[in-house]
Write a protein that binds this ligand. Structure first.
Ligand code: FES
Ligand code: FES
Length: 156
């Protein structure tokens, strides 16, 4: 049975009459046009569907929308215009961290999470923090370099 689920999406109050068991990834893409959120595996293994849920990185393919009532969800559509988001985009471009681009939104969400969580992460800490996000193209080094460059951009 459908229920009204209110939550905050990229800083705006939204609500939806929806089956609470529907996956968060589906309502973000289909009902709110947040098409940065990609489906890769659909099983919590690849990170392509990463979003921030109350500031923590989660796989939106594993989250029933009924569990996010009252929570804050952030996607790349919300992150990209912030200071940190602009810095991440610039660093990914400068370091050549984008090839096919399928993993990029999930990686950017991961990068934003790292910038908020760590003051001065090492390459190893960045690698571990992004270990839930898979990339078939880059071999990861350029992505790690980009996140390091974004971190070194200074205090936010
Ligand atoms: S699509 Fe969600 S983790 Fe792969
Ligand atoms: S750039 Fe192609 S999967 Fe990462």
């Amino acid at each position: 049975m459908k229920q009204k689920i209110p939550f905050i999406l990229n800083g705006k109050d939204v609500s939806l009459q929806v089956d609470p068991l529907k996956r968060l990834i589906d309502i973000l893409r289909d009902d709110f046009s947040m098409i940065s959120v990609k489906e890769g595996c659909g099983e919590g293994e690849c990170g392509a569907c990463s979003v921030l849920l109350d500031g923590e990185i989660v796989n939106s393919c594993l989250i029933p929308v009924g569990t996010v009532a009252g929570s804050s969800i952030e996607t790349v559509e919300g992150i990209r215009d912030s200071e940190s988001g602009k810095r991440i985009i610039q660093a990914f471009a400068a370091e050549g961290a984008v090839q096919c681009g399928y993993c990029t939104p999930g990686m950017m969400v991961g990068a934003e999470w790292i910038l908020r969580k760590y003051k001065n992460p090492t390459a190893e800490e960045i690698r571990i923090a992004l270990s839930g996000n898979l990339c078939r193209c880059t071999g990861y080094d350029m992505i790690i370099n980009a996140v390091e460059a974004a971190v070194k951009g200074g205090e936010l």
